[in-house]
Design a protein around this ligand. Structure first.
Ligand code: URA
Length: 261
């Protein structure tokens, strides 16, 4: 009886302990819910519950057995970080949810034992390299403009390729949401099968439909778009469209180094 009482006391205080367990924001980031900074915001804005009670104090520590919810959704705790490189096909959306019920990149993953999330997004009609992971902190850094992570695309375009247009793309073009940063642009030649001019474009911003809009702004229409590089990750032939593989330890280390982790 005495033992029971002691136990229930521990349970009640577990959510507000300051030693032992792990910091709540770290657990949320590891579960892939958000980056650590975003997790802090979720906590301070009262959106996180531990064992049914709102916890809004940063630094709260939680233990394995504590039940965590974010906005009424239970958080599955995952301590193993997983990283997958997917070759996204056209016609699949890269967000985790879609109100129109279209096929999602997460539907392509089989035998992946944990919930992972796309690091950034590719348009429905863009193909190529997409990183999927439950490492919230790495995702945050790879996608935050402050870290200036480079992304390379091969765009198949219609329109005339001339030095003026290439120069404008390289210097940055004015879009409705402001001027784009300078880009690296290489003309790769013509794809005679499809009658498209191929441009390799490297940018380090992540604005919505940026490559398509940049090309449009200089009079070129993008017909096909494929991402071939994301930070230090490169898409090669070994991963066919719609397939995926785990990153190697070296690839993970290199990604982390790039964003000072
Ligand atoms: N730029 C685009 O226009 N689309 C993408 O999917 C990615 C970059």
């Amino acid at each position: 009886m005495v033992e029971r009482k002691k136990e229930s006391k521990v349970k009640k205080t577990a959510a507000t302990e300051t030693t032992g367990g792990e910091r709540l924001q770290k657990v949320l980031a590891q579960a892939g819910v958000a980056s650590r900074r975003q997790a802090e915001e979720l906590i301070t804005s009262g959106k996180v519950k531990v064992n049914g009670k709102v916890v809004s104090v940063l630094g709260t520590r939680v233990r394995e057995k504590d039940r965590i919810e974010v906005e009424q959704m239970p958080v599955e705790r995952e301590t193993t970080l997983r990283y997958y490189l997917l070759n996204k096909p056209v016609g699949v959306i890269s967000t985790a949810r879609d109100e129109r019920g279209r096929k999602k990149v997460l539907d392509l993953l089989e035998n992946v034992p944990v919930r992972v999330y796309p690091a950034g997004r590719l348009d429905f009609d863009t193909s190529g390299l997409l990183l999927l992971t439950n490492d919230g902190e790495l995702t945050y850094r790879l996608t935050h403009p402050r870290f200036g992570v480079e992304k390379t695309y091969i765009a198949g375009v219609t329109g005339e390729i001339d030095p003026q247009r290439l120069g404008r793309l390289r210097r940055g073009v004015m879009l409705e949401d402001g001027k784009t940063a300078p880009a690296k642009v290489r003309y790769l030649g013509t794809d005679p099968r499809r009658g498209l001019e191929l441009l390799e474009i490297t940018i380090h911003e992540g604005r919505n439909r940026q490559v398509r809009r940049m090309c449009q702004a200089v009079g070129l229409t993008v017909t096909t778009l494929k991402r071939t590089r994301f930070a230090s990750l490169v898409l090669n032939r070994e991963v066919a469209s719609g397939e995926y593989r785990q990153l190697t330890a070296q690839e993970i280390q290199s990604l982390r180094q790039q964003v000072s982790l």
